[in-house]
Unconditional design. Sequence first.
Lengths: 289, 162
Amino acid sequence: MKSTFSTALSLLSAGLLGITLSTSSVAHDRFILPSHTVLSSEKTETVSLISSISNDIFHPDMPLGDNGKGTPPPPMIPLFKRLQSSVVTPDGNSIAGPSWQSYSRFSAADQILESNGTYRIRLMQPDTPMVTFKDAEGKPNRIFGPNPQLPSGATEVVKRVIRSSVETFITKGEATTPTTDNSDQQLALGGETHPNDLFSNEPLQLQLFFNSQPLQKAVDVTLVKQNSRHRNQRQERKVTTDSKGNFEITLEDPGFYLLSVELTEKADNNDQLDFYHTSLYVTLEVFPQ
Amino acid sequence: MRYLIGLLLLCLPLLGSAQQMTIKFEIPALDVSPYHRPYVAIWLETPKRKGVHTIAVWYEKDDWLKDLRQWWRKLGRKDAAAYDATSGATRKPGSYKVHWNGLDQNQQPITAGEYFLNLEASREAGGRDFVRQKIRWGEPGEPQQFELQGDLELSNIQIIIE
């Protein structure tokens, strides 16, 4: 008998059947969009944020996270129970993050910022097993769970673990260097350029970290500018990291950008698992000169 | 004694030849309602865009200092005490002159060399101007004069170094 967990997850995957499973991406984009990323008041400030799973940037489509008081679509409740909301404060401590409350198309939350410095807001999905396959008619599908029951005639069965972190940075007063310490098998963004010191037409020097170490495997970093619904081309910018996770990009237009990375690695133990997919989604605000 | 005083008086013009910078500009009268006085910042940066000194910052609430985007990122947010002495309230439309004698917040003369002199203005429910001018400082003898225009918030900007 399947557990309620995996039944609910199966419903989730059934609801998301419209996704094309390309080899380069296993998931929709997701983002946090804050009301502010730069604040200058000395007193305690509050920022309001929304979070969403959506391929339109930054137009919300589905919510991401619920504190039990919202109205999440039922198939998403198991996912929301797994999400971990945290904030890394300017002194480097990780504390409970925004209390995301689900509406029909996005989740919303407030975050209080007391002391000055840079805050890293994170919404993290820990290791989630998933199996992709093709059914008897050759149509791609997927089911969540470590050993789900597959329909007869299933081919190209691939066992994956997906995990992701959705983040943004907010600075009140003087900027501090945000920590890239992660002990949770996730990616982090760091580098020479501070994430709240981004301006158009300036080279931005950034760096990816994995498990607190500079990422040694070259990956593509994708940036998509806000307002994708109001133009006819997606206008993705792609840049590849070097052997230390460094990359540089100059953005001509100001606005909010979604930076996304998907790191795919073959698992060591082929019997149990084929691939790990680690994704990072960071919302960056770029100001005009 | 009179001989010594005479010698001292002769030397005074040399001592007094320290440079002075005068920044003149106009805050235009705009036909908008409600009208909010602009926040204004004037500051010095190195050619590599490192903030050096805030010459003046006019504002009301620190909530909106961040809208002086370039000044905030290069100087404002790093050290509030540093611009305390040169801050003032916002001003109504009119012509203004700001003087600077080349001393930083610790009353130390800044090093001679090339700098950028920056002006930025931001008005609530209005626009934002940001202009900059390369200048040479600490080399008296050759006076410099520059004229700049903002887009809307600042006009008839003159930078006079003598």
